[in-house]
Write a protein that binds this ligand. Structure first.
Ligand SMILES: *[C@@H]1O[C@H](CO)[C@@H](O)[C@H](O)[C@H]1NC(C)=O
Ligand SMILES: *[C@@H]1O[C@H](CO)[C@@H](O)[C@H](O)[C@H]1NC(C)=O
Ligand SMILES: *[C@@H]1O[C@H](CO)[C@@H](O)[C@H](O)[C@H]1NC(C)=O
Ligand SMILES: *[C@@H]1O[C@H](CO)[C@@H](O)[C@H](O)[C@H]1NC(C)=O
Ligand SMILES: *[C@@H]1O[C@H](CO)[C@@H](O)[C@H](O)[C@H]1NC(C)=O
Ligand SMILES: *[C@@H]1O[C@H](CO)[C@@H](O)[C@H](O)[C@H]1NC(C)=O
Ligand SMILES: *[C@@H]1O[C@H](CO)[C@@H](O)[C@H](O)[C@H]1NC(C)=O
Ligand SMILES: *[C@@H]1O[C@H](CO)[C@@H](O)[C@H](O)[C@H]1NC(C)=O
Ligand SMILES: *[C@@H]1O[C@H](CO)[C@@H](O)[C@H](O)[C@H]1NC(C)=O
Length: 225
């Protein structure tokens, strides 16, 4: 295991070990993952569909002028057709990059998840999510994909130990953030030559407790070796 990027509905998380993290702020958002279940389809041209369009447009225009890199929105009047959505941009990206990412997500989420009532899409730079029920201030641990790179590590048990400690540090500091931003980094010297970098972020609508719980939840779920 060399580096791993774990995302779940309420957080961004990635660990980079000895690998150079390249910013792609000048280019198109880097697609990571999406998730939608076929159990929540809506009819094309339905009220939910038009509410969803309004929701995504609203989020996208908010992102264009958002210094927090986070916003939630609601569209529609009546519960069965109401759409709830949010976006979260990575804590270190500019407003322009954030806006670009959310605008891309607005288009792609509908292509990757056509007619879905509940969907989420992640890019390196942002996450965009919507649902037919309120998702605000609610911690979600699934879906939680893990992505790897192909490098090897010679002492995985020790690595997982250092990783766990470093994630714990980042999780505490991220959850200590305020209602506008919950993000932190932590580093460790794995060996004299190898440095471990971690980055952790929650949507800022989560409570401190939920944020910390969600981030630390990845530790026992890390692939071992
Ligand atoms: C959703 O439905 C499509 C079309 O019926 C199918 O190809 C796809 O495998 C389904 N996906 C899931 C996650 O069930
Ligand atoms: C949805 O509306 C468009 C434009 O009004 C129309 O062309 C299309 O046939 C409609 N689709 C369905 C499934 O009703
Ligand atoms: C974002 O705002 C700028 C000006 O502030 C405008 O030129 C641009 O069209 C806007 N983009 C979107 C997607 O609304
Ligand atoms: C962006 O927000 C600032 C401060 O709230 C406001 O003055 C400005 O008009 C907004 N710009 C757009 C394009 O909405
Ligand atoms: C955003 O979420 C908060 C709860 O966390 C809620 O009170 C507020 O109405 C939501 N805003 C919109 C525009 O949906
Ligand atoms: C959301 O959609 C699913 C699938 O259609 C439905 O079972 C559920 O009751 C809906 N939730 C709300 C709050 O309308
Ligand atoms: C990692 O180790 C496996 C098994 O020893 C080997 O096949 C693979 O080539 C190694 N990968 C790298 C990137 O060194
Ligand atoms: C966490 O926050 C505390 C207090 O601000 C600070 O002293 C510590 O260095 C931070 N830890 C990391 C890993 O950034
Ligand atoms: C890692 O080692 C460097 C140089 O030896 C030192 O300056 C730094 O404080 C160490 N970092 C941590 C997190 O222990």
């Amino acid at each position: 295991m060399k580096s791993c990027f774990t995302v779940s509905n309420s957080l961004f998380f990635f660990l980079n070990f000895l690998s150079v993290y390249t910013r792609r702020s000048e280019s198109a958002p880097y697609y990571v993952f999406h998730d939608c279940q076929n159990t929540t389809l809506f009819t094309p041209n339905s009220t939910y569909g038009s509410n969803l369009d309004a929701l995504l447009s609203s989020l996208s225009s908010t992102a264009n002028n958002s210094t927090d890199g986070f916003a939630n929105a609601t569209a529609g009047q009546n519960p069965p057709d109401q759409a709830y959505g949010l976006f979260l941009c990575r804590g270190d990206v500019s407003t322009a990059t954030c806006s670009d990412c959310v605008a891309t997500g607005k288009q792609e989420i509908l292509q990757r998840c056509p007619n879905q009532r509940v969907s989420v899409i992640w890019y390196d730079e942002c996450m965009l999510r919507y649902s037919n029920q309120s998702i605000f201030s609610v911690m979600e641990q699934e879906p939680s994909p893990t992505l790897y790179n192909t490098g090897n590590i010679s002492n995985p048990a020790e690595f997982v130990q250092v990783l766990g400690n470093t994630i714990t540090d980042a999780a505490w500091n991220a959850s200590d953030g305020d209602s506008r931003k919950k993000v932190a980094v932590a580093t460790a010297n794995f060996t004299s030559l190898q440095k471990l970098y971690t980055f952790a972020q929650c949507t800022p609508d989560l409570s401190k407790w939920d944020c910390n719980t969600c981030l630390r939840w990845v530790i026992p779920n890390l692939p071992q070796g």
